[in-house]
Design a protein around this ligand. Structure first.
Ligand SMILES: *Cc1c(COP(=O)(O)O)cnc(C)c1O
Length: 353
């Protein structure tokens, strides 16, 4: 492992040359955090490790793919980066565009973007357009725009996004020294489950690992086209980052699950919000709601099928909790206590003398 950022660290597995000018914000290298408190709470007995992707430069795993997509866009001479986004792709695209000097255009579904993500697109100077429609409609427009030669689409239909994101799997294996038994993660457009599976398979092929994990993907009940096997016209969920009715990598997600002998399931908004609080309260890890879908899936799967004792289980939590502060305040089910500015008032407010 040499250099900073996922391209320098894993360049042998990525489509770059010695001459490629790398656009990086030192993404990747995120921690794998021991979360045995959650396992204890579940009354189970396995090793739980949380890959905290909220600790990337723009607060989500999207940076792993964006560094490569933007690097390749610059290399081929594109002028504009364009994406449709439920928020994190646009935040990442806006930041890497700023670092590269390209112009960025983002299309967002009106009123459905968490405030932190909107702030990121705006402060990094992206041309920010709200569309009266949902993500899937915005992506259709982006596909049309991408027919122009001067425009680079940086949604996960861009193959470099998946290539960059597969480095998440490399890091898990490098840290563990082996492959986990199961890998849980949320599923929206299904780019990330596709990318992790690709990463595990490539590490297996070169002999870095001797087995591959079961891929365990989780959609929100109101946005679960892959689980239901049918397009969802008007997806709805509190987990806005996975509010997607027609996933771009639908087939490849099914492939990942089949080839790895895994599962694709769905969890309710209530289960997602419970997991969101549990992760924050029990493990000290603050994520956005979509990121908690993998944890909700872990609890549900263990309840229904049982996770074998002694297994090593990795859950990727995809984005930072500060992206969506309003939902966090609401879901904390708590309020600050207002007191007079003296010691006695503070002590008595918490029941001390
Ligand atoms: C993009 C995103 C997802 C969904 O990932 P896909 O690759 O679209 O399946 C989940 N959580 C967060 C926080 C995201 O930003």
């Amino acid at each position: 492992m040499t250099g900073h950022g996922v391209i320098r660290r894993y360049r042998d597995f990525l489509p770059v040359t010695e001459d490629t000018c790398i656009i990086s914000l030192n993404e990747g290298g995120t921690p794998l955090i021991d979360a045995r408190q959650i396992v204890t709470e579940m009354g189970a007995d396995f090793n739980l490790l949380i890959k905290h992707e909220g600790l990337n430069p723009t607060g989500s795993f999207k940076d792993r793919g964006m560094t490569l997509a933007v690097t390749k866009a610059v290399e081929r001479g594109a002028q504009f980066l364009v994406c449709a986004s439920t928020g994190n792709t646009s935040a990442s695209a806006a930041a890497y565009a700023a670092a590269s000097g390209l112009t960025c255009l983002v299309l967002l579904p009106e009123g459905k973007i968490a405030s932190g993500k909107m702030a990121q697109a705006l402060i990094h100077g992206a041309q920010t357009i709200e569309v009266r429609g949902n993500f899937d409609e915005a992506l259709n427009i982006v596909r049309e725009l991408g027919k122009r030669d001067d425009i680079e689409v940086v949604n996960s239909i861009n193959p470099y996004r998946i290539e960059g994101q597969k480095t998440g799997a490399f890091e898990v294996c490098d840290t563990l020294g082996t492959s986990p038994d199961m890998h849980f993660l949320p599923v929206g457009n299904a780019g990330n489950i596709t990318a992790y599976w690709k990463g595990y398979k490539e590490y297996f092929e070169v002999g870095q690992i001797t087995k591959t994990p079961k891929m365990m993907g989780w959609q929100a009940e109101g946005a679960a086209p892959i689980v239901r096997g049918a397009l969802v016209e008007s997806p709805e969920t509190v987990a806005t980052a996975i509010r997607i009715g027609n996933p771009a990598s639908w087939d490849r997600a099914n492939e990942a699950v089949e080839q790895s002998d895994g599962v694709i399931g769905m969890v309710s908004d209530e289960e997602i919000l419970d997991a969101h609080r549990l992760l924050a309260r029990t493990a000290g890890i603050f994520v956005e709601p979509a990121s908690a879908a993998g944890i909700a899936g872990l609890l549900k799967y263990h309840h229904e099928s049982g996770i074998p004792n002694g297994s090593t289980v990795v859950v990727t939590v995809t984005g930072h909790g500060l992206k969506d502060p309003e939902i966090a305040v609401e879901n904390s089910q708590a309020k600050p206590i207002l007191v007079d500015a003296d010691l006695e008032s503070v002590l008595s407010s918490i029941g001390l003398e």
